[in-house]
Design a protein around this ligand. Structure first.
Ligand SMILES: [Zn+2]
Length: 294
């Protein structure tokens, strides 16, 4: 997994790992997280998508909590990104990986809780335009919000998971007491991650049900390009497959209809009531049907 290396030929460049946006965790907190088995991966990879024919950012939503400490990192796409893909991971150990996420641009939301003190980092990530498939695009990031020593006195980890609905957000201030306001576009994500760092023995994603983020102009980045939507199934294959499946269905239907008609014909000849209008109707249909029957 060499970072930033380019490759010859038409082979897409190999993936690379992007770090450098993880929040600072001091040694004792790190030890406590390690002992508790809490794994929050604030990192992402750049990989090539053959479906969308472009490079994408791939990350893992992960983390969880014990009563004393919690650490979580989640990712959300920007609204209208056709490359967004999410896959829940349910077989992993609690407090570790909960989902695989990929998209052309992602917003990372990372939170660390120690007791009732919260640290939060939110970044927007995207890729610079790649000159070709054999050259890795550069990763770009922009800090959207960062604050530490946030306070939330409500002990959410004692309330049970049913009470966790993203209703609480820690209050962040500067040293001077001025409030640090979280942009409204990020409120839902911050509510979800506050739950996540209080979710003791976390077993599932806290971000799956969230809406993609719609950033206001001042928070967005001008160089983000929305990829062109591409069908996940190659067009040629889907066109070919559809009529075949339909034809199969039609054949079954036709066979069933013929069997019914044969049965009706037999009944009509068995009963043989030429004066009965129903029987006449049946008989009038029979010759026409016989032409179809092989
Ligand atoms: Zn959880």
């Amino acid at each position: 997994m060499a970072a930033g290396s380019s490759h010859s030929g038409s082979q897409p460049a190999k993936l690379t790992i992007v770090r450098g946006f993880a929040l600072q965790v001091n040694h004792s907190e790190w030890e406590e997280l390690r002992t508790a088995g809490i794994v929050a991966r604030a990192r992402m990879k750049i990989d090539f998508s053959s479906t969308h024919r472009c490079f994408l950012l791939c990350a893992e939503e992960s983390g969880g909590a014990i009563a004393n400490i919690g650490h979580y990192c989640g990712f959300l796409p920007l609204a209208g990104d056709p490359t967004f893909f999410v896959r829940p991971v349910t077989l992993a150990m609690p407090n570790t990986v909960h989902a695989d996420v990929s998209a052309a641009s992602l917003v990372s939301i990372e939170m660390l809780r120690y007791g009732t003190t919260y640290t939060l980092n939110i970044f927007l990530h995207w890729l610079a335009t790649s000159p070709g498939l054999d050259e890795l695009p550069a990763h770009r990031q922009k800090l959207l919000f960062s604050a530490n020593r946030g306070v939330l006195s409500q002990p959410l980890w004692q309330d049970g998971k049913t009470a966790q609905v993203g209703a609480y957000i820690p209050a962040f201030h500067r040293r001077t007491g001025d409030p640090l306001l979280i942009p409204p576009a990020l409120h839902e994500a911050v509510g979800a991650i506050t739950d996540a760092v209080c979710c003791v023995g976390c077993r599932k994603s806290h971000f799956l049900a969230l809406k993609p983020i719609r950033l206001p102009g001042e928070l967005s980045a001008p160089s983000i390009q929305t990829p062109i939507p591409r069908a996940t199934v190659p067009r040629a294959a889907s066109i070919e497959m559809l009529p075949t499946a339909q034809a199969g269905k039609n054949k079954k239907k036709r066979d069933r209809r013929r069997a019914k008609q044969r049965l009706a014909r037999q009944e009509a000849t068995d009963v043989a009531l030429p004066n009965c209008p129903e029987a006449v109707a049946d008989q009038s249909e029979v010759p026409a049907l016989q032409e179809v029957t092989p």
